[in-house]
Design a protein around this ligand. Structure first.
Ligand code: NAD
Length: 433
């Protein structure tokens, strides 16, 4: 008995677990669940698994091996968990029931049971009853931190003169802010009820026909995000953590994000984290050896800073919406979403994922760039402490790009380069491992 309804874990391999301090304990043959995803998902995931398998084999001479375990979400889950429903019947279901068919409990349980998982992109299903499967995964598993590194890969064409100056890692709050899904349609009874309350009881003056969205932000969610960002900075040798917010306008949400970020740093990292003000007042603008400097920037100014002074930033901690915008801007700055990796990390589980969508018009053509999910797998290997395998893939990708073996999205930005397919790009990386 596996405890799952329609999935069967592999017979070989062992589960990754966590020790009391939350550190991962990774066996030599860990079982890693994966969601192939929709659209281009299956082909990029296939390419990623081949590259990862080859790199792990090479790095550890066959001593270590990932045992992949397919779990389901999106269209594939619908085929398995909702085969008996027509499109029409599905669109009439209660949103929570519909979500359980596209994102089955089996899938969520398997991720928590195995601690680490990786996924391809997912389509937001028909019916419109809920917003996004990705947001649902993050919220259901309390994956409170979305981590997105932005670093230029040598040879990838970029729109700025010095993309190599970008080496930032974004920690985006993943649970609350305007993504908490509390919205009321214009003219709906609930919107009107809320507007009447705000106008009559709290003295506001909102037009009755407005749509309303709620933006909750809390100490609980901010502090654990900033804690993870600071710990990451120490672990990976960054000396700066910047809180990016719009607190000059939204004082009790984004402004509090900033205040709470500083409070957390002062309370839990008093010996090792120093404010920007102290660095300038006491240390002549130079961060003392071994310390991490915490600073803050207003979000709009930060969009200028990443373009004009990227080398001055390292780890960024942001509320949900700012983090969403700035991670795409940074990905574009270093050459586009085709190579942008991402991870959603909580205390109990982590899900690594391609950051782009399902690109349905390219699906099944063996055409798109698997770089985003391959770099997400590099992050995953790093998170597992299998850094040797991660480094091998990194240099394999760089070599393939230097040989101008690239998919169409990169080839079209270079002159005289014939694009290769998704699986050929994976082969080119493997040859260069
Ligand atoms: P998209 O990212 O799927 O595609 C936009 C365009 O980007 C594509 O037409 C293609 O030209 C390019 N592109 C994307 N990935 C590429 C790759 N790997 N290689 C080369 N080119 C690539 O965005 P969209 O069209 O807005 O969304 C399509 C679907 O994906 C929607 O259903 C949306 O909800 C979903 N989506 C899912 C995720 C996720 O699962 N994390 C993220 C975004 C969108």
């Amino acid at each position: 008995m596996s405890g799952y309804d329609k999935i069967t874990p592999p017979k070989t391999g062992e589960k990754i677990t966590k020790d009391d301090s939350g550190k991962n304990i990774v066996p030599d043959k860990p079982i890693i669940p994966y969601i192939a995803g929709d659209g281009i998902g299956p082909e990029i995931m296939d390419a990623m698994k081949k590259v990862v398998d080859a790199a792990v084999k090479k790095a550890y001479n066959g001593k270590k091996e990932i045992i992949w375990f397919e779990i389901f979400a999106g269209d594939k889950a619908r085929k398995i968990y909702a085969a008996e429903y027509s499109d029409e019947q599905l669109s009439e279901l209660d949103p929570a029931v519909l979500r359980d068919l596209y994102l089955p409990k089996d899938t969520l349980n398997a991720i928590v049971d195995h601690v680490i998982a990786i996924k391809g992109p997912l389509t937001t299903p028909i019916g419109g009853g809920f917003r996004s499967l990705n947001v649902a995964i993050r919220q259901k598993l309390d994956l409170y931190s979305c981590i997105r590194p932005a670093k230029h890969i040598k040879g990838v064409p970029a729109p700025v003169k010095h993309p190599e100056n970008v080496n930032m890692v974004i920690f985006r709050e993943n649970i609350e802010d305007v993504y908490s899904g509390i919205e009321f349609e214009p003219e709906s009874a609930d919107a009107k009820k809320l507007i009447t309350f705000l106008n009559d009881k709290l003295g506001k003056n909102i037009t009755m026909e407005s749509g309303i969205g709620i933006k909750p932000m809390s100490w609980a969610n901010t502090s654990r995000l900033v804690r993870m960002a600071i710990n990451y900075a120490f672990e990976k040798g960054f000396d700066k953590v910047t809180l990016v917010h719009k607190g000059n306008i939204m004082k009790f949400t984004e402004g509090k994000f900033k205040d709470w970020g500083y409070k957390l740093a002062a309370e839990e990292f008093a010996d090792s984290v120093i404010t920007e003000k102290e660095v300038y007042d006491k240390f002549d603008g130079k961060i003392p050896e071994g310390k991490v400097m915490i600073s803050d920037r207003i979000a709009d100014s930060m969009f200028q800073q990443i373009l004009l002074r990227p080398a001055e930033y390292g780890v960024l901690a942001l509320p949900n919406l700012n983090g969403d915008y700035i991670s795409d801007a940074l990905a574009a700055q270093v050459g586009g979403l085709g190579f942008a990796p991402g991870a959603n990390v909580g205390d109990k589980a982590a899900v690594f994922e391609a950051t782009h969508g399902t690109a349905p018009k390219h699906a099944g053509l063996n055409k798109v760039n698997p770089g985003s999910v391959i770099y997400s797998a590099i992050m995953m290997l790093d998170y597992m402490d299998w850094t040797e395998a991660a480094e091998i893939i990194n240099s394999g990708v760089e070599k393939a790009i230097a040989q101008r073996k690239v998919t169409y999205d990169i080839a079209r930005q270079l002159s005289d380069v014939e694009p290769i397919g998704t699986s050929e790009f994976a082969e080119a990386i493997i040859t260069n491992l």
